[in-house]
Design a protein around this ligand. Structure first.
Ligand code: GDP
Length: 471
């Protein structure tokens, strides 16, 4: 997703970041590239026009033209506008800690007792029934008791499909909650003849949900190939009869602007609360994701990222914007680093390093922190200059234990890192710690490299820079 858009954005902005100051001409030129990139990504024309207008206006403001680093300012403006376009990060604005989307509480889907009624709507083939199953799985994992109601009576197979999904979630998805299905298959025959068969199913399902003290009732309603009056009439009747807390519209990202147009039509007739964008995994351009909020005024709440039951994610505009601009990973990396080292610790160490006073024990502490960041070693490697230096650091658990043993076998001066270790001392230390002389040499080398890097980094103000990025 967003691959090509991301490349085009990056190259347009990279050109500006080389400029020592911005002129109206080169801002306009970069905005032309941004405009083309958005149109090629199939973003709605009006959305592109207003996006470019806003960015350009801000970029040409006094503050930016006179800024010390106009390129960076420009990236910030584009980033903020992208976040806005994608809906603002409502989960974060609500004060939720959404560091890992899979762990984050669902944005805005407040679960109230008695139960929370979620009505799912959408055109046929959009992925509505599958999404009902995924939502059930999402809440089962979070300890909720879920009832799925089979109110799509138009497509006979839909009732069976929902029952099968409910069984799958109940049996295969781990979690403290539970999932069951309410269905009245005989109503399928009534559909189209008797008015309100689906309404009856929904009302009965609600009664069952109350009786069984269910937390969340999810209604799978009928779809059609296209938006039409009959469908909207039925959905309005259902909504009127059970007054859902949330009406979610499921749209297929792969259908691009058609999805956005149908979202607009649904919202005009049904007043939806939010959108679930399915097949996000297969959409290479991203036009629907970037248009839906502005065209409908409704936020994307979840995205479907595959056919499996766990392929549903809460949608976080700030992270998506970061990914489009190619800076998401660094921000997550710094966040992750901050989780491992407190601000006071970092500042104290920074000062020591700047003065060349880092000790072997500090070094060991650093190795442990990098170790706790786990796979982030590979990300650290992406930072210019750092990758090379940390490539050979001993950060596997066993190596860290060995490093600790070596440091413990050193005398006080050696532990401060200021006494030179000749061969005989290296041999003594390796014997004392049950390691090889090469292990001691490797540790000394790593220590020296990190001390030097620390001095250089504090000279460049890299630590405070990284912090302000995460800030
Ligand atoms: P409905 O008619 O709206 O109920 O659509 P279905 O739930 O039956 O889904 C239609 C097809 O889309 C099925 O083959 C699903 O497996 C597939 N599908 C649904 N959501 C996703 C998704 O997020 N990603 C992908 N790749 N396929 C999906």
């Amino acid at each position: 997703m967003f691959g090509q858009l991301s490349e085009r954005f990056e190259s347009a902005l990279r050109r500006l970041s080389g400029e020592s100051h911005l002129s109206e001409a080169n801002v306009r030129e970069a905005m032309e590239d941004v405009r083309t990139a958005l149109l090629e990504a199939d973003v709605h024309y009006d959305v592109v026009a207003s996006f470019c207008e806003r960015v350009q206006q801000e970029a040409l403001g006094e503050a930016v033209l006179k800024a010390v680093k106009p390129g960076e300012q420009m990236i910030k403006i584009v980033n903020d506008e992208l976040v806005r376009l994608l809906g603002g990060d409502e989960a974060l604005e609500a004060g939720e800690e959404a560091v890992d989307p899979s762990q984050a509480p669902p944005p805005i889907m407040e679960v109230v007792p008695g139960p929370t009624v979620v009505m799912m709507s959408g055109l046929q083939g959009s992925g509505k029934t599958t999404t009902c199953g995924k939502l059930a799985a999402y809440y089962k994992k979070r300890g909720k008791k879920v009832l799925l109601a089979a109110a799509d009576l138009q497509r006979p197979a839909a009732v069976t499909q929902l029952r099968v999904l409910a069984d799958q979630v109940q049996n295969d998805v781990e979690g403290a909650g539970s999932v069951a299905c309410y269905a009245e298959p005989e109503k399928v025959a009534e559909y189209g003849k008797a008015v309100g068969a689906a309404v009856t199913v929904c009302k009965n399902a609600l009664a069952r949900a109350k009786r069984d003290e269910v937390d969340i009732l999810i209604l799978d309603t009928a779809g059609r190939l296209h938006v039409n009056a009959e469908l909207m009439g039925e959905l309005r009747q259902v909504a009127g009869a059970v007054t859902p807390h949330q009406i979610l519209l499921v749209i297929d990202a792969m259908t691009g602007q058609d999805a956005v147009n149908s979202a607009k039509a649904f919202d005009e007739q049904l007043e939806i609360d939010g959108v679930v964008l399915t097949k996000y995994d297969s959409d290479t351009r991203g036009g629907a994701a970037l248009s839906v909020r502005q065209v409908t005024g409704r936020p994307i709440k979840f995205v479907g990222v595959g056919e499996k039951l766990d392929a549903l994610e809460a949608f976080h505009p700030t992270r998506v914007a970061g990914r489009i601009l190619g800076m998401g990973d660094v921000v997550s990396l710094v966040e992750k680093a901050q989780e491992q080292v407190s601000e006071e610790e970092a500042l104290a160490l920074q000062e020591k390093m700047a003065k060349g006073q880092m000790t072997m024990d500090d070094f060991l502490g650093q190795l442990r922190a990098i170790r706790r960041m786990g796979s982030f070693k590979s990300l650290l490697g992406m930072l210019p200059g750092v990758g090379q230096a940390i490539k050979d650091l001993p950060i596997e658990e066993k190596q860290i234990d060995r490093t600790e043993a070596i440091i413990q076998s050193m005398n006080r001066e050696e532990r401060k890192g200021r006494a030179a270790l000749d061969n005989s001392r290296r041999r003594r230390i390796s014997r004392g710690s049950g390691t090889q002389a090469e292990d001691v040499s490797q540790l000394v080398k790593g220590f020296e490299m990190v001390s030097q890097m620390g001095k250089a980094m504090s000279g460049m103000g890299m630590l405070s820079k990284a912090k302000s990025m995460a800030g």
